[in-house]
Design a protein around this ligand. Structure first.
Ligand SMILES: [Zn+2]
Length: 109
């Protein structure tokens, strides 16, 4: 029986392919036809692509639905703030065709 996407998300979090920590920045835009980190299918131009930026790793590209599953799993494990901390800021700076839609709950020192 094939694994569900939620199981794939859990496996990839355990294997380190998907991070547990908060991203530095979140970009959203049209799909770039590159594979989604969760489901390995291309994110088509007609689909929304989320790109998570980190300081210390390659960007992670996700379908909107795959990102939802990943965030739900992180929240379940207590890695997402629940109404605590700063609210996410909305950025309008454009980079290529994308926009930063949300900055992170990053704790800067
Ligand atoms: Zn996907």
């Amino acid at each position: 029986m094939p694994k569900s996407l939620a199981e794939i998300v859990r496996d990839k979090m355990e294997g380190g392919t998907l991070p547990l920590d908060e991203r530095i920045q979140l970009w959203a835009g049209m799909g770039s036809c590159q594979p989604c980190t969760v489901c390995d299918l291309a994110i088509l131009k007609a689909q929304v692509e989320y790109e998570l930026q980190y300081d210390d790793r390659e960007p992670i590209r996700l379908h909107a639905g795959c990102r939802g599953l990943w965030e739900a799993e992180r929240r379940r494990r207590g890695y997402l703030p629940k109404g605590r901390g700063r609210p996410a800021r909305v950025w309008t700076t454009s980079r290529r065709s994308r926009q930063i839609v949300q900055s992170a709950y990053v704790q800067r020192t």
